[in-house]
Design a protein around this ligand. Structure first.
Ligand code: ADP
Ligand code: MG
Length: 334
C-alpha cells in the first residue's frame, strides 16, 4: 500500500511488512496506553495502533456475493462517503467490489473518479432502458478490483419514469442478479455490491432494497441522529414483508464522530444500546481529509491512506468483512 506524506508518528508499518497478525497485535498492544496522555497524543497513538494492525491486510472473502444498500433518508449523514470508502477499502484488501450509484447527484461516481456526464451510459439505462450492467459498468483507475455503475443527471427523471414500467420495483435486482451470475460464470465473482441511495424513499431506494439483502445505515453522531430512523426501519419492514424477505439491517456505522463533544458519545451510546449487534465497533471521526478527497476524484483511501479517516474506514471494512457473509435464518413472511 502506498504511504503518504502525512505520518506525524513516522510510518511504523513500513518497517514491519513481514509480520503476521500475532506480531502486529503484540506490537500494537505494546504502544503506550492512552490514559496518561493528552487527547491529541491519544489520537496519534490510536492511529498508529490501527496502522500497525490493519495496513496491507487481506480480509476474508464471502462465500457468496454480498449486496448491501447504504441507506438513510437523511441527507448529508455520510451515505456516499461511507459507500465509496468502504468499497475502496474492501477492494484494496483484495475483494472485487461493485458500487452502484443510485443518487441522481452522482456523488459516488465523482468520488471514484468515474465519468458521469450526460452522455455516459449509466444506471438510468439499466433501470429504464433495461440495459445490462456489464454494458455500463466502469472500472476505477485508482484501485484494482473496484467497479462502478455511474449515475448521470438522467436519473433524476427515473423516479417518475419508473412508475409506468412493468416490474418497476425489481428492475435493479434483475439486472444485478444477471451481472452477479455472469461474473460467477466467468470465474471472477464479485465479493460485494454497495448501492449508494438518494436521501428519499422513492422507487430508486425501493429498487435498492429489493436488489440487496443487507441494509447498511450510516448514522451521523449529531442531535436528531435517530430521528427518522424509525420511519426507515418501518419502510425496510414493509419491503421485507412484500418484496424481499431476505432484507435485514446488518450494519450500522457511526460517522462524523467528534470525540471532544459529549453529544457525539451520547448519540453513539444510544445507537449501540438500540442496535448492539448491528453497530460496528469502529466509528469514523470528523476528518478534513475525508471531505477533501472527493474534490480530487478520490476516496480518502488513496488520497491520504494514513489519515485517521482512512484508517477508520479500513477498520470498519475489515469488521464488515469479518462479520461473515451469511444472512440470518429467514422466517418467511406474508
Ligand atoms: P450523504 O450521501 O448521506 O448525503 P455525504 O457522504 O455526501 O452524505 O456527506 C455529506 C458531507 O459531509 C460531504 O461534504 C462529505 O464530504 C462530508 N463528510 C462525510 N463524512 C465526513 C467525515 N467523517 N468527516 C468530515 N466530513 C465528512
Ligand atoms: Mg449521497
Amino acid at each position: 500500500m502506498a504511504s503518504t506524506a502525512a505520518g506525524t508518528t513516522g510510518d511504523v508499518t513500513e518497517e514491519l511488512p513481514q509480520h503476521d497478525s500475532v506480531d502486529r497485535a503484540e506490537i500494537a498492544a505494546a504502544l503506550p496506553g492512552a490514559d496518561e496522555q493528552t487527547p491529541l497524543a491519544r489520537a496519534v497513538a490510536d492511529d498508529a495502533r490501527k496502522r500497525i494492525t490493519l495496513s496491507g491486510r487481506s480480509v476474508p472473502r464471502p462465500a457468496r456475493t454480498r449486496a448491501l444498500t447504504v441507506a438513510n433518508q437523511k441527507g448529508g449523514v455520510g451515505k456516499t462517503t461511507t459507500t465509496v470508502n468502504i468499497a475502496a477499502a474492501l477492494a484494496q484488501a483484495g475483494s472485487p467490489v461493485l458500487v452502484i450509484d443510485l443518487d441522481p447527484q452522482g456523488n459516488a461516481s465523482t468520488a471514484l473518479g468515474i465519468a458521469h456526464h450526460a452522455e455516459v451510459p449509466s444506471v438510468y439505462d439499466v433501470l429504464v432502458e433495461g440495459r445490462a450492467i456489464s454494458e455500463v459498468v466502469q472500472t476505477c483507475s485508482d484501485i484494482d478490483g473496484l467497479m462502478c455503475v455511474p449515475a448521470t443527471i438522467d436519473l433524476a427523471g427515473a423516479e417518475i419514469e419508473l412508475v409506468s414500467l412493468v416490474a418497476r420495483e425489481t428492475r435493479l435486482r434483475n439486472a444485478l442478479t444477471a451481472y452477479i451470475d455472469e461474473r460467477e460464470a466467468a470465474g471472477e465473482p464479485l465479493d460485494y455490491v454497495l448501492i449508494d441511495c438518494p436521501p428519499s424513499l422513492g422507487l430508486l431506494t425501493v429498487n435498492a432494497f429489493v436488489a440487496a439483502n443487507e441494509v447498511f445505515i450510516p448514522i451521523q453522531c449529531e442531535y436528531y441522529a435517530l430521528e427518522g430512523l424509525s420511519q426507515l426501519l418501518r419502510n425496510i419492514e414493509l419491503i421485507r414483508s412484500h418484496l424481499n424477505p431476505r432484507l435485514h439491517v446488518s450494519t450500522i456505522l457511526l460517522t462524523m464522530y467528534d470525540g471532544r463533544t459529549r453529544l457525539s458519545s451520547q448519540v453513539a451510546d444510544e445507537v449501540r444500546e438500540h442496535f448492539p449487534d448491528q453497530t460496528l465497533r469502529a466509528s469514523v471521526p470528523r476528518s478534513v481529509r475525508i471531505s477533501e478527497a472527493p474534490s480530487h476524484g478520490q476516496t480518502v483511501m488513496t488520497y491520504d491512506a494514513n489519515s485517521s479517516g482512512a484508517l477508520s474506514y479500513l477498520e470498519a471494512a475489515v469488521e464488515l468483512a469479518e462479520r461473515g457473509a451469511e444472512p440470518p435464518v429467514i422466517e418467511e413472511t406474508a
